[in-house]
Design a protein around this ligand. Structure first.
Ligand code: ZN
Length: 67
């Protein structure tokens, strides 16, 4: 067995927060697509990995097109 590329016991770091578990929000995009820059940068726990820092497995039900 050869696991040079990706060891199976080491989960992939979250693509949103790079495994840091938090993301900095410095701008928001409204429904019309206009970007608003925020004066205060908000640090929030990563909504993608739910604060684990690991890339969650793909969920077919988690479709961003479904509200
Ligand atoms: Zn994350």
């Amino acid at each position: 067995m050869d696991y040079k590329l990706e060891p199976p016991d080491e989960p992939m770091a979250c693509t949103w927060c790079d495994g840091l578990c938090t993301v900095v929000v410095n701008s928001v995009t409204d429904v019309s697509g206009k970007v608003h820059r925020l004066q205060v940068h908000e640090v929030v726990s990563c909504p993608h990995c739910d604060g684990t820092g690991n890339e969650p497995p793909p969920d077919p039900l988690d479709d961003p097109r479904i509200p």
